[in-house]
Design a protein around this ligand. Structure first.
Ligand SMILES: Cc1cc2nc3c(=O)[nH]c(=O)nc-3n(C[C@H](O)[C@H](O)[C@H](O)COP(=O)(O)OP(=O)(O)OC[C@H]3O[C@@H](n4cnc5c(N)ncnc54)[C@H](O)[C@@H]3O)c2cc1C
Length: 440
């Protein structure tokens, strides 16, 4: 069986690659290890609750053309828009997010400390200074108070690594104005509400069908174009013979001239190892993410999500998913999910998952978000690949691997194929850019 292109992995990157290629008349096969495609964008319907099993996903983008594509070309109007109501929980006080803009809810003493430290950081900023890691970026741009109270504990909780080991290329662009805007911080420190980070101040979400509705819309079009999908098939071996790739898919062999990869780079490299590629994958570090869904017999407060940097909770964020769409929970009930990261190298057993789930419920009670009698059911999912970690040494290794793969006619895309902290909009952009290079 011959296909013009084989796409490895059918998550968001894989489906968009398959769609674009099928639209331009290529025969495409997309091969997925899970029983159904979707990757991090899967949704399950349980007892009337619509649950996004890869964590909370909202639709937003700085790029208007991409946003329009997501909402109108893909979702075809099946979406709802929201003004963001998000907070950082600081010792049970909910500080409006972004934190530096929400200082106005804090005590006068706290606001003064935050502002003094921020100004101290600003005064010592040299315009040629480039932060070498995430820790330097946080202290350098936000000052000690905001760093110590929120940004450092939150990022340590999310990344589970010393912040000196994490790069800043995903938050900081050299030459761009220091972030955040000092005028906004002064206003919020003197007690005036400010908005900040307007990119996400309004966000979108599928009205019906959870986040998987976005994936499904592209999937259905690809099927119409003749795209072929094979599920429950983990790619384990690929050979290159006379310029053609041979991939074992179930009990058959398929042949193709071109591979588009979306599976995690270290996995791809190990699939190809026997054939020809031996590359060092130690820099490809990541976190798993554990998603606990709690269905509740009460209405949700008027909030979207809350960051929880404190040690009193195992999770770093909880999200009122029933506020994303009125169809996410039956009337009068609500749906909350929590997200907890676990280092990629940690082995997680089913007992561990049970412990995490119980701890999550205890912590939600402790911070007065739920009461025991309100819980209807609880369900937990562990996503093996949640967050790629931009280690300071990653950039060079990543470029080397991508260039090496290109030599063999393998284009690698997406959050795991690029090993970059990319959201859906950026993944779509990445796919469009890379595929443009194939067919001009
Ligand atoms: C907790 C969380 C919250 C997020 N929130 C947002 C948000 O609010 N907004 C936003 O825009 N983005 C968000 N994102 C990012 C978004 O999920 C990603 O950008 C996007 O889903 C990445 O798609 P992908 O195809 O690159 O990866 P994936 O979805 O991981 O797809 C990779 C696919 O490859 C398959 N695979 C792996 N190995 C093999 C193998 N050997 N053989 C066959 N198949 C294989 C996997 O099963 C999977 O289906 C969030 C991510 C997380 C983890």
């Amino acid at each position: 069986m011959y296909y013009d292109v084989a796409v490895l992995g059918c998550g968001w990157a894989g489906i968009n690659a398959s769609y674009i290629l099928s639209m331009s008349g290529h025969s495409v096969i997309c091969i997925e290890k899970d029983a159904r495609p979707g990757g991090l964008l899967k949704t399950e319907l349980i007892n009337g609750f619509t649950i996004d099993t890869g964590g909370s996903h909202i639709i937003f983008s700085r790029d208007k053309a991409i946003l329009d594509k997501l909402l109108n070309d893909f979702l075809k109007g099946n979406y709802i828009s929201h003004n963001r109501y998000t907070y950082v929980s600081l010792n049970k006080t909910l500080v409006p997010y972004p934190f530096e803009n929400g200082l106005y809810v804090l005590s006068r003493e706290e606001r003064a400390d935050a502002l003094i430290n921020f100004i101290e950081a600003l005064l010592s900023l040299d315009e040629n200074w480039v932060p070498r890691n995430l820790k330097e970026w946080i202290y350098g741009f936000f000052g000690k108070w905001i760093a110590d109270k929120y940004l450092v504990p939150y990022n340590e909780k999310l990344w589970k690594r010393p912040l000196e080991e994490i790069d800043v290329d995903w938050v900081y662009t050299p030459g761009r104005l220091p972030f955040p805007d000092w005028r906004e911080i002064v206003k919020s420190a003197v007690g005036l509400p400010t908005m900040g980070y307007s990119e996400q101040a309004k966000f979108y979400y599928p009205l019906r069908g959870g986040i998987q509705a976005l994936f499904n819309s592209v999937y259905e079009e690809t099927i119409k174009n003749g795209g072929v999908f094979v599920t429950s098939t983990r790619i384990e071996k690929i050979k290159q013979i006379n310029g053609e790739f041979v991939i074992k898919v179930k009990d058959k062999q398929i042949k193709t001239k071109r591979i588009i990869n979306t599976v995690p780079l270290p996995e791809l490299i190990s699939i190809l190892k026997e054939q020809y590629i031996e590359l060092d994958t130690r820099d490809f570090d990541y976190n798993k993410v554990l998603v606990v869904a709690v269905a509740l017999n009460k209405q949700a407060p008027n909030q979207h999500w809350i960051y929880t940097p404190g040690e009193d909770t195992v999770f770093h964020r909880y999200i009122w998913m029933s506020n994303y769409s009125p169809y996410n929970a039956p009337t009068g009930k609500s749906l909350l999910i929590t997200e907890t990261t676990i280092p990629g190298h940690t082995k997680v057993t089913s007992e561990d998952i049970e412990k995490y789930t119980s701890r999550t419920l205890e912590d939600l009670e402790k911070i007065d978000v739920i009461k025991p009698g309100e819980v209807l059911f609880v369900k937990t999912w562990l996503q093996e690949y949640g967050y790629p970690i931009h280690r300071v040494s990653l950039t060079k290794t990543r470029e080397k691997v991508i260039m090496e793969l290109k030599k063999y006619n393998i284009i690698t895309i997406g959050r795991w194929g690029k090993w970059k902290y990319l959201n859906m909009d950026m993944v779509l952009k990445d796919v469009m850019l890379e595929l443009n290079q194939i067919h001009g």
